[in-house]
Structures are given as C-alpha cells and as structure tokens.
Design a protein around this ligand. Structure first.
Ligand SMILES: Cc1cc2nc3c(=O)[nH]c(=O)nc-3n(C[C@H](O)[C@H](O)[C@H](O)COP(=O)(O)O)c2cc1C
Length: 364
C-alpha cells in the first residue's frame, strides 16, 4: 500500500475531546533538555513548536512528583507553579501553529536514583534491580551508578501517589494542554504494580491479576475525576522485556485492567507492540475506544504498514517517534514522499541544541 495525499493517515480523527488534523501522532520521547529542577527550557518550547503539524504531540515523560523523576537527568516535571508556566509556553506555541498537545504523566518507581532526585525510590515491593543510570551528564567521569533498594509504598502512600497523578493532570490542563497520557508502559511505576516480578505484595495491591491491576485502575479513575475522561489517554507495554519486570503471563492482568477502564470512555489507549502481532487485534476486540499503536521499538515498521493497519481498521492512529524527532516537518515530507532526515542517536539525551532543534526542514 503506497501513501498518497489522499491516504487516511492525513485525514482527521477525534480522540475524546481532541480533534486531530491527521493520524500521525508524535511519540513521547525523553530528550533530557529540561532545566535541572524540571523546569521547561526555551529549547523545549522551540522543539515542540517545530513539530506542531503532527496530528497530536505526546510530550516526553514528565514527572508527577519529585520522587517520580530521578531515573534520568534533566527531565521535566509538572508539579510546581514554575513547571506549569513552562508547559503553558509549550501549549501556546503548539496551539499557535495549529497543533494539539498532551503531557505524558510519569513516575519511574524503583528506577529512581537518589543522586538524581535526592530522595531515593519507591515501588510496589522492596526489590532492588540491577539497573544503573547516569548520575552525571552522559559521558562525564561520574558515569553510571546502580539504583538503590526502593521503599515499598504503604497504602496511604499509594493513595497519595495516585493523587499526584491527578494533581499533575490538573496542572497540565490548566497550563493549556489538550489532555494527558498516563505512562503505564516502559517498566515504570504503574507497570511495576502490574508485573508479578516487581509486585510481590500480599495486600489488595498484589497477588492476583485483579489485585495487581488495582493500582492502575484506581489511578486512571482519579485522573479522570480530575480532568475528564475525554482528555485522558494511557500507554501500556504488556510483556516489555526490560526493567526486570518478570511478566510471565501479562495478558491475564492486562485484560482485567482494560476491561475495568473501558467503561470510562478514555480519549485513547496507546500500546507498544509489533504491528504484525495478533495481540494488536486482541486489544482491538476488547478495547471499545480509540487505539493508537507505536510499533517501532519492537521491530522494523514503515508508514505504509501503519497506513495499512488503519485502512484495515486494526488501529486508529500511528504513533511515530524517531522520524518526528529528526524531521520537524515529517507530515509535510510524507505528503510529498520527500526524503527524511536520519535521527542522530548520539544526541538523543545529550543536552544542547545540536540534534535537538537544528534538524533541517524542507522549507525555512
Ligand atoms: C529518544 C527516545 C526517548 C523515548 N522516551 C520515551 C518516553 O519518555 N516515554 C515513552 O512512553 N516512550 C518513550 N520512547 C519510546 C517512543 O515513544 C516510541 O515508542 C519508540 O521510539 C518507537 O517508535 P519509533 O520507531 O517510531 O521511534 C522513547 C524513544 C526514543 C527514541
């Protein structure tokens, strides 16, 4: 299937209250260009504004509270008035250019390093991983250091953490974001609760699939109460082979989760899967709402593949990362089948403007 200007990828789609001009969604991508306290830099405002022709921009993962950051340096927050001012600048810049924009809400759980957030880490269970992270700028002499033993959240702390997501969602919407995406993927805190290897609790938040899904189900409900279901999406990555999750039979848990949150009528579900995986069709059958797919990390995928999946009604929109990263005018290039800039991985997390806001467009 060849992409033409008439292809459905370039046609509008609604996700809850958001009316997208096309079905090319920019994937959430951590870029480590925020200021050290999680404030938004001028370069971030410029970076997102440059990419506003995406149907929707999903922001880089953004911590809902100080302890929820701490896995990587220079990542943004959405829990102080200053953060809110920064995201307002991004929202205005994207809207001025006709784009739509949601903030991805993030809590890294046991991946946090005390040298980064000054606090340490929390998790469903006190299980230390072998994971190491850069605690100084990448490449500097401090190098990588192993994360510590996380504190197992008490029940009141669980409720407070869920509320942190709701408060962050409220801030994001107050800042002018069109909505929020709950980061339930990537082996971070929500996925740590879902996964039997990371969650060995014996209370109502651990054990059975229903209990392991409880944290995320309650979390989604609280965020929906805060900003309305039509502005809330969630990203999942069942069975993701990173982060020492130990998900042996993810579907038993994810079916419980999806069935429980389906009646809320969220704006969308966003999953990371191989595009040719039959699980994509399984999700499509049980999820009644809009379904977005990001396939790139699980194997090679082309825009033609996404176009075909949309034509066949397997998914509703394509979530594309590195091509948007390297091509501010990705949509325009695809429309005329122009050559794409190649992404430069050495600049993904390196800080600075190079490999961030200096990718060329076809027209100035
Ligand atoms: C530099 C980089 C940073 C990423 N950071 C995030 C993130 O913050 N949150 C997230 O959900 N996914 C993150 N991802 C995964 C992307 O959202 C996407 O799933 C992945 O890039 C595959 O799509 P692609 O092949 O089109 O790039 C990141 C990917 C890259 C390349």
């Amino acid at each position: 299937m060849t992409i033409t200007p008439e292809s459905t990828l370039f046609q509008p789609v609604s996700l809850g209250s958001m009316k997208l001009g096309n079905k090319l969604v920019m994937a959430p991508m951590t870029r480590s260009r925020a200021l050290l306290d999680g404030d938004i830099s001028d370069a971030q405002v410029e970076y997102y504004a440059q990419r506003a022709s995406a149907g929707l921009i999903i922001s880089e993962a953004t911590q809902v509270w100080r302890i929820g950051g701490g896995a990587y340096l220079s990542t943004p927050g959405i829990y102080t008035d200053e953060h809110e001012v920064g995201w307002k600048r991004v929202a205005e810049a994207v809207h001025e250019r006709g784009g739509k924009f949601v903030v991805q809400l993030w809590h890294v759980g046991r991946h946090a390093h005390s040298a980064i957030n000054g606090l340490g880490a929390v998790a469903p269970s006190a299980i230390q991983t072998e994971i190491s992270t850069f605690i100084g700028p990448e490449g500097d002499s401090e190098g990588k250091s192993r994360v510590g033993l996380p504190h197992a959240l008490t029940i009141p702390e669980i409720h407070a953490t869920q509320q942190d997501f709701a408060d962050a969602a409220e801030r994001a919407v107050r800042a002018g974001a069109d909505g929020v995406e709950i980061h339930g993927a990537g082996s971070y805190l929500p996925q740590q609760f879902l996964a039997e290897g990371a969650n060995q609790r014996t209370d109502e938040y651990g054990g059975s699939p229903q209990n392991r899904a409880r944290f995320v189900i309650e979390l989604v409900n609280k965020v929906v109460d805060a900003v309305g279901a039509d502005r809330v999406g969630i990203k999942i990555s069942p069975g993701l082979p990173i982060g020492e999750l130990g998900e042996t039979d993810p579907w038993s848990t994810y079916e419980v989760l999806l069935n429980a949150i389906a009646p809320l009528e969220l704006a969308y579900l966003h999953a990371m899967y191989r595009i040719d995986d039959p699980v994509v069709d399984r999700v499509r059958r049980i999820w009644p709402g809009k379904f977005l797919l990001s396939s790139g990390f699980n194997g090679p995928v082309t825009e033609d593949d996404y176009q075909e999946a949309i034509e066949r009604n397997r998914i509703d929109a394509a979530v594309i990362g590195r091509n948007f990263l390297a091509n501010p005018d990705f949509v325009e290039r695809l429309l005329i089948s122009a050559e794409l800039n190649a992404a430069k991985p050495e600049h993904f997390y390196a800080g600075g403007d190079t490999g961030y806001i200096d990718y060329p467009t076809l027209w100035v």
